[in-house]
Design a protein around this ligand. Sequence first.
Ligand SMILES: Cc1cc2nc3c(=O)[nH]c(=O)nc-3n(C[C@H](O)[C@H](O)[C@H](O)COP(=O)(O)O)c2cc1C
Length: 174
Amino acid sequence: MKNLLIISSTKNSNFQLSQEIKSFFDKKENISSSVISLEELDLPLFKPSLEENFKKNNSFPIDIEKVKNKILSSDALIWCSPEYNGGVSPILTNVIAWISRATEDWKDGFKDKHSLICTSSGGNGLNFIKGFSLQLNYLGSHVMEESIVKTKKKDLNISEFESILLKFHAKFSS
Ligand SMILES: Cc1cc2nc3c(=O)[nH]c(=O)nc-3n(C[C@H](O)[C@H](O)[C@H](O)COP(=O)(O)O)c2cc1C
């Protein structure tokens, strides 16, 4: 059984996209998929001084631990996140910073893991995809070249959507 974690940064169209992706994988055998919605969690803004305070008690914020454990036990990650100001949304940047500090080695959550980037954005989300892909590569992930993109004007092309998910499935399930 392979564990697939779908991470939605926001709770509207990107969460809906996450659910559509989960429905696709629910029909596949030997895949257990789950969705987490970062916007629903209590994720304080990462600041070195705040980390110091938590570390004094040998702990991290509870919801950071929750996301960390989900990430560490997953075989593959799918990210559904909007483009904000031509880049990565603060919710996602924040969680990446925390995970890199809450794991033993900063790359532990991402290293050698297959990742697929998806976005539902106002426009084509290309700057987010490029920027986030660079970041995940830097963290040691294997990022799929293709991405799933939904915009305010253009809905998903179902055959393209399924073909990208099938290719991703082949990568992490073999
Ligand atoms: C602060 C902010 C900045 C944004 N910047 C961009 C942008 O650079 N490019 C873009 O395509 N959409 C941009 N958008 C639009 C969001 O990508 C769009 O509303 C997206 O659907 C939000 O995701 P959600 O429906 O899951 O909340 C921005 C929205 C906000 C709130």
